[in-house]
Design a protein around this ligand. Sequence first.
Ligand code: TRP
Length: 467
Amino acid sequence: MITYLEKELQMLDNNNGNGERQSLHGNWSSRLAFIMAVTGSAVGLGNIWKFPYMAGQNGGGAFVLVYLLFVFLIGMPVMMSEILIGRRGRRNPVSTMSLLGEEEGRSTQWKWVGALGVIAAMLILSYYSVIAGWTLTYIPKAFLGQFAGADVATIANLFDDFVGSPLAVITAHSIFMFLNFFIIAAGVKGLERAVKFLMPALLFLLVVLFFYSLTSGSFGAGVAFMFTPNFAALDWDGVLTAMGLACFTLSIGMGAIMAYGAYLPQETSITNATVSVVLADTGIAMLAGLVIFPLVFANGLNPGEGPDLVFKTLPLVFGQMQAGTFLATIFFILLAFAALTSALGLMEPAVAWMVESTDFSRRQSAATIAFIIWFFGLGTALSFNVLSEFTFYQGTIYENVDFITSNIMLPMSAVFITIFAAWVMSQNSTSDELNGHGFVYRVWQVLARYFAPIAILIIFMQAIGWI
Ligand code: TRP
């Protein structure tokens, strides 16, 4: 058993001969592996389940436009900041923030920003795992042909019956958390192996569905809904939601990307990696929207259905399609894969922190963290059945956990991360990581210093009612 001190020493010794700091957990084998891993973490239920339902609830076009603006003007600079911080520190988010704070001659108390992120990630995973459990459950439902020819009421009952059963929902949630634990316990190599296989499969399956929706007859209506901005349909709450969703789908503001950055080889360009990841993530969200909305309109369904959108509308559509049983099975496998790769990224920061800061092995740490998250997830699991009437502040337990994490913790943490990278860290350190003082560096600096933190604070205060 390695003690904490030995681990610290090992980390100090652990350099590649150039005096560069190395991570304890090994490095990504290639630039592509890093991009796939981060994309795997970014692409998930956020793109396929959350983006369409939130775009639907907030009127479509205007919400999508604002979301896209946030992705590029806030998401990109924050992601670059996170990766550069992570790579410079090469530890878990908590230790990295504390170490860099000290190294830059500032405070080690910046570690609390790392801690905020780790906690946000755990809270997100607690509900994420429940929804992922739904997708797991829908795989056998699809495979057994339960959607074939079913009408609106049958499909709705199928969902309500399942979600109304605490036992079924908790079982699915437990299976999903176990899968997570299993892959995470194998370490970074396990992560890589899983991601390399899962990501291309996901994209391929989505493209198959896209071609179907192209021929559905309502492709134009879906496109119009997604891209015709109607600003009357969007209030400040909607803007805050779009911002929270942008952070959420890009996996930023919680140290996850920081933890992945810790495994990034020194010579890889952070800017190029960020652009690839953002384009892939946004592209997949748009693709998911372009699959879902035309199908929704072709069948006279309601785009503002809510968290049920994917589960109550798509099976209906699949049920009417030729080869629908086959395609529905593929779709829910796809969704479960996407959720799994994201969940791995949500768990990694806490596990990395525990491995580095306690005597626990990686396996023991993974088991402990998985158990805690599983336990918190029970709140969300029950908020769709026995505790559905138990509401406060934003609504049910699920709605509160989602609101507090996505709309408060992530944006707040994003503000601190940009301030740390762009103001606290010296220009020497940041330009070192971002390859010099060129044009890209200047753009990053302006966005990270001024635009991102100020925009986030204004939107935040508007929505909360402080302005
Ligand atoms: N981006 C993921 C999705 O769209 C969810 C997520 C949020 C995430 N934060 C994360 C995944 C951190 C991994 C790491 O579904």
